[in-house]
Ligand binder design. Structure first.
Ligand code: 2HG
Ligand code: ZN
Length: 459
């Protein structure tokens, strides 16, 4: 067969014909992001089997001057993992190496392994991954490190950056950097895992990650608390954080989001009286500690004057039902249309004022602009979702992000910058910071072939 694209012929030699995809229907799921807001066709989807093949693919693309977009589970929400200008899409999903060291409490994981797969393996051995996210069964460890995912347990264990002990990665020309397995203490110069975490595939391609694990706390108790205002919820979070060493999650939903989830999932309202703000708190401990956790969480909530009502669950099914009110927000919003997703952090002292003012900011974009907001309140992280404005109309995004900047917040808490927030980054970080970031990019990827257009622009 005569091919019109010599690069693809070389890539077929490297990874096998079956793993260089060009048929439009087969490529479609790699080319559109989870929100459906970002999509474009790839030159090809290339699926290397292991780190050595990743390095060869990159070397080959470099020789041809071909830009490459790395991709894990494609659960990103900022357009950072899909093509934008006919790039080669480098899918890391076949990197499935998974090795657990139950004595050290560590795991060496291929970039394409899902979080759920690591959780399953670790839990059997009494360990767990410190970060948990709703997309656990699709999101890959490589993608989570590349975007420094935060998730549901950040207040206890920190983001992905705090879980990564080391990494193996490939520079754009195929050079291998980093080393796995890594040592917990190792001060021998630049730590690549630190530099690459959160770099969104713009500096190198992560192939293997060495993770620290945390003890698996299988005894869990979840409570929903009904509150009147965000101010009350912020105060309640502070009390719970001080009083409950077993606390692992503090999430907040608002009444309109709960209504939407109930309509979407057919769940009943969690509180007969309704509640303007619903706080979800989860505590975790060793097996046998359930009663103690129920009592501790119940007492802490009971002694918090702002709390109007509570529902507490410790059995697995009942806990999952309570979590569903929170975790179903993303899918319920997606069912309304293509959302504008603004994942932001505010200082605790500004959360309530921001949550009030953002309604007016969104309403200014027309009567059809609908705001649904929820988030990881214990971390000051709100997920502002707006449905209504056209996907490529960025005015509402700019207005919300400018409000965040004015209140001393961050325009990206845990989803990254991608292409969605690249322009706003220039307003959020000083020009000197951006110039230094560009210098690092230029040094590692002189032709700007890795994930071009994501995070930074070349100008
Ligand atoms: C979550 O916390 C995720 O549910 C997704 O970060 C947030 O869909 C969103 O906006
Ligand atoms: Zn989140």
């Amino acid at each position: 067969m005569v091919s019109a694209d010599p690069l693809l012929d070389r890539l077929r030699d490297l990874v096998g014909t079956r793993h260089v995809l060009t048929e439009r229907d087969v490529c479609a799921s790699y080319e559109t992001d989870w929100t459906q807001r970002y999509h474009s066709s790839a030159r090809a989807v290339v699926r290397p089997a292991d780190p050595a093949q990743v390095r060869s693919v990159l070397a080959c693309c470099s020789e041809h001057g071909a830009p490459v977009v790395p991709q894990g589970g494609n659960t990103g929400l900022v357009g950072g993992s899909v093509p934008r200008n006919h790039e080669v899409l480098l899918s890391l999903r076949r990197l499935q190496h998974l090795e657990l060291d139950p004595i050290a409490g560590e795991a060496v994981v291929g970039a394409g392994v899902t979080l759920g797969a690591v959780q399953d393996r670790a839990r059997v051995a009494g360990w767990d991954v410190g970060v948990d996210i709703g997309a656990r069964d699709t999101a890959t460890i490589g993608g989570m490190v590349a975007t420094n995912a935060g998730g549901l347990h950040l207040l206890r264990y920190g983001p992905m950056a705090d879980q990564v002990l080391g990494c193996d990665a490939a520079l754009v020309d195929g050079t291998r950097i980093g080393h796995v397995p890594a040592l917990r203490k190792d001060n021998t110069g630049y730590r690549w895992e630190r530099i690459l975490t959160g770099s969104e595939g713009t500096l190198a391609v992560l192939t293997t990650i060495h993770l620290r694990l945390v003890p698996y706390l299988s005894a869990r108790v979840v409570a929903l608390a009904a509150l009147e205002t965000i101010e009350d919820a912020v105060r309640c979070c502070s009390v719970l954080r001080r009083r409950l060493p077993s606390l692992v999650a503090l999430e907040a939903c608002l009444a309109d989001g709960i209504d939407l989830v109930c309509a979407h999932t057919a769940l009943p309202q969690p509180f007969a009286e309704g509640a303007p703000v619903v706080l979800l708190a989860e505590c975790a401990g060793q097996p046998g500690e359930e009663d103690r956790l129920v009592a501790a969480l119940g007492n802490a909530l009971g002694e918090t004057p702002e709390v109007r009502d509570t529902v507490v669950a410790s059995a697995a099914g009942a806990r999952a039902r309570l979590w569903r009110y929170r975790e179903a927000h993303t899918e319920a919003v997606n069912a309304l249309g293509i959302p504008h997703k603004l994942d932001v952090t505010l200082p605790a002292s500004e959360l309530a004022r921001f949550a009030r003012d953002v309604h007016a900011t969104v309403a200014a974009h027309g009567p059809t602009a609908r705001l649904v907001m929820w988030g990881h309140l214990g971390d000051g992280n709100l997920h502002v979702n707006v449905i209504g404005p056209e996907p490529d109309d960025t005015r509402v995004d700019d207005a919300v992000l400018d409000l965040v900047i004015a209140r001393g917040g961050s325009i990206s808490a845990e989803h990254g910058i991608g292409v969605a927030k690249r322009a706003a980054l220039a307003r959020a970080r000083p020009a000197t910071d951006l110039a230094a970031m560009r210098a690092v990019k230029q040094a590692l990827d002189p032709s700007w072939l890795l994930n071009p257009g994501a995070l930074l622009n070349q100008a």
